[in-house]
Design a protein around this ligand. Structure first.
Ligand code: C5P
Length: 394
């Protein structure tokens, strides 16, 4: 059910626009409140009167209302909504969304949207298959939007054959699942990025972790309704979702302290950070001077193992998920870590797999559970890998 969920339905000028009436009806039947925003072209295919009658709300299409000239606030709509659904979405609208071309009310609303956005493309199959459209859809995915893949149209007897908008009932079920998945209102702790261990005021020991995998996990969990606490080492990444509380830290000790503080209140923790195993035993308050003729020896001492520490205090109702980045004997090492740290499952990535390296936008993982079951996935975007991991958490 979608009781009380506020949905902005964006309708664009495709022949599939008539299906928006079914969509409206199905969303409302499940208890949602729907506000329609139409592009000017959409009005050629379905009248605003039909939609306002179904939704019991005036349809928004122009920047100003025709009768009294008052301004429609796309910012207010962006704050009001729990979700925006653009269905049908034409190639033109997808292109404008991908590039921020805000020349109508639907695009300005999209750019102001604070809630998750779902896009159901609808177009001629050649248009859908064109690299320009595919490139724009890829951009939308990187913005965190959800693409509801079109189906094979009845005219599409050939290979590519995709372009027809997904059926309204399936779209509504996708949204229903999104809101009502088991992650709704769950509290999830995520660690991400590298840690930096200071040697002196200007130098540190670090690693190449970008934080992208952990941030993708935080976005996916938040989009599925979880309240996320994201403890991030030093990274150049932004968080977008309002349900993500971000705590920036520098060193492993800082990360350990924050993780131990928050974990008791959590339902699950996903430990994605590349935590430095050692830190300098002595911090030099002044910049170390170069002594050209002498080697420099740094003494290192072990950092706390956050995963193992959380594993020790974990209760029966909490789930603990770790990562293992391995270069050799991958499965043996990962299984050993799973046990030693008392994890429920471990996500294994091997540096030997192409596309699974630091900084990359893709990853290739296997998931191994404490009960022995496992699954190996193909190379995917980190967002898709995050979806797979979350599905396992569920
Ligand atoms: O032992 P190893 O560092 O390979 O274990 C990796 C897993 O343990 C990851 O989930 C990582 O985030 C976590 N870890 C941690 N604290 C450390 C070292 C690793 O939480 N000090």
């Amino acid at each position: 059910m979608l009781n009380g969920k506020k949905i902005v339905l964006g309708i664009t000028g495709s022949i599939a626009a008539y299906k928006a009436a079914y969509l409206c009806r199905a969303l409302i039947k499940k208890g949602a409140e729907v506000q329609v925003v139409m592009t000017p072209a959409a009005k050629e295919f379905i009248t605003p009167v039909t939609l306002s009658a179904l939704t019991q709300k005036p349809v928004v299409s122009e920047f100003f209302t025709a009768n009294d000239g008052s301004w429609h606030s796309h910012v207010d709509l962006g704050l009001w909504a729990d979700l925006m659904l653009i269905a049908p979405a034409t190639a033109a609208t997808i292109g404008k969304m991908a590039n921020g071309i805000a020349d109508n009310m639907l695009i300005t609303t999209y750019l102001s949207m604070k809630a998750p956005v779902f896009v159901a493309p609808a177009m001629d199959l050649d248009m859908f298959a064109h690299p320009a459209t595919q490139h724009n859809l890829e951009k939308l995915r990187t913005y965190g939007n959800h693409i509801i893949e079109p189906t094979t149209g009845h005219l599409a007897s050939n290979l590519e054959g995709k372009g027809r908008m997904e059926e309204p009932d399936t779209i509504v079920n996708t949204i229903d699942f999104f809101f009502n998945s088991a992650l709704s209102k769950k509290k999830i702790l995520i660690t991400a990025g590298p840690t930096c261990e200071k040697i002196d005021p200007v130098r540190f020991i670090g690693n190449f972790s970008s934080g992208k995998m952990g941030f993708a996990l935080a976005e996916v969990c938040a989009e599925r309704g979880a309240e996320v606490v994201l403890i991030a080492g030093p990274v150049h990444l932004q968080t977008r979702h309002p349900n993500i509380q971000r705590i920036d830290v520098i060193s492993a000790e800082d990360m350990y302290r924050e993780a131990m503080k928050y974990f008791p209140k959590m339902d699950a923790a996903i430990l994605c950070a590349a935590v430095a195993d050692y830190r300098p035993a002595h911090y030099a308050a002044y910049k170390l001077k170069r002594q050209p003729d002498k080697p420099l020896t740094l003494e290192l001492k072990p950092n706390p193992d956050i995963a193992a520490s959380l594993g020790q205090i974990k209760t029966k109702t909490q789930a603990l998920i770790g990562f293992a980045l391995e270069t050799d004997k991958e499965w043996t090492n990962a299984r050993e870590k799973l046990q030693r740290k008392n994890l429920d499952f471990i996500v294994l990535n091997s540096l030997n797999d192409e596309g699974a390296c630091f900084q990359s936008d893709t990853n290739k993982v296997s998931i191994i559970a404490a009960n022995g079951s496992s699954e190996t996935f193909p190379l995917k975007s980190k967002k898709e890998v995050a979806e797979d991991i979350v599905t396992w958490v569920l």
